[in-house]
Design a protein around this ligand. Structure first.
Ligand SMILES: O=P(O)(O)O[C@H]1O[C@H](CO)[C@@H](O)[C@H]1O
Ligand SMILES: O=c1cc[nH]c(=O)[nH]1
Length: 265
């Protein structure tokens, strides 16, 4: 049967994510980078790749018998929007972005693991989800229960956690104030603009994950590791240990947020 253009799903199969309705566990980690999905095998037992389409690499594994999904969103708001909307319809009820960011404050060293409290509204793919009500900035706040569990799990794992507010940019270079030849003044102005927002870091997907997740009725949060520090111009070359610490925290938080925590899958 031909698919409808307005709603291009077929027999429970999503148009972009490689999955069918009802096959995924309720909690899903959302790295941007597809390679981080494979890295999750280091923190989840019996990790298996379910499928891969475009930037969306999807796998599942278990922590203490609780099944957890991991799905990459690719880079930027547009593909993150697709992932969150399709995951909601596939049956996922909680999403946790598990990503990287550039810190904007000198006190946040590269490698720091950070819990996002809120994203500032910036537009892009999140804009159509602003809605007609007056929820305002709350739409870009992390779900309080997700934030609370991140804090509790970090404490019990002995992982230091810094709370941050972030901006999500639709551009990695000029949009994050990285100087390009001929655009040095634009880049410097953009960097100051980001800092003036009062945020601690910049990435490319958190705003969309929080705003779209909330609009879809999901619990949405984000844990980010600082890959770089723009204030000190430091870049973390050996990134894997920090990513693994973040994934470990994300997996434990996902387990604690799972309605079936402790049951074997
Ligand atoms: O580390 P991930 O989750 O891939 O995310 C960050 O890395 C990418 C840029 O290099 C952007 O997607 C940014 O948000
Ligand atoms: O500087 C950085 C590092 C990670 N992700 C970003 O979007 N920017």
């Amino acid at each position: 049967m031909a698919r409808s253009a307005r709603d291009p799903w077929r027999d429970g199969a999503a148009p972009h994510l490689p999955a069918r309705t009802g096959t995924l566990p309720p909690v899903c980690l959302l790295p941007g980078d597809p390679a981080r999905v494979d890295l999750a095998a280091a923190v989840l037992d019996g990790f298996e790749i379910v499928g891969h389409n475009r930037e969306f690499r999807l796998g599942t594994g278990c922590l203490d018998g609780t099944r957890i999904a991991v799905c990459s969103t690719g880079i930027g708001g547009p593909s993150a929007e697709i992932a969150v909307v399709e995951l909601a319809r596939l049956g996922v009820t909680t999403v946790l972005r598990t990503g990287g960011m550039g810190a904007l404050r000198a006190r946040i060293a590269p490698g720091s693991v950070c819990a996002v409290t809120r994203a500032v509204p910036g537009g892009g793919a999140a804009a159509p989800y602003a809605g007609d009500d007056d929820e305002g900035d709350d739409r870009h706040a992390a779900d309080p229960e997700v934030l609370r569990r991140l804090g509790a799990e970090a404490a019990s794992l002995g992982i230091g956690l810094t709370e941050v507010a972030v901006a999500s940019a639709d551009s990695y270079y000029l949009g994050q104030g990285r100087p390009l030849a001929g655009y040095e003044r634009t880049a410097a102005a953009r960097y100051e603009e980001l800092r003036a927002l009062g945020v601690d870091g910049v990435d490319m997907e958190t705003e969309t994950v929080l705003a779209v997740g909330r609009a879809m009725g999901l619990r949405a949060g984000a844990v980010l590791v600082a890959h770089a520090n723009r204030a000190t111009d430091a870049w973390l070359e050996d990134y894997e240990p920090a990513q693994l610490a973040m994934l470990r925290l994300a997996a434990h938080t996902a387990r604690s947020l799972s309605p079936d925590a402790g049951e074997s899958s």
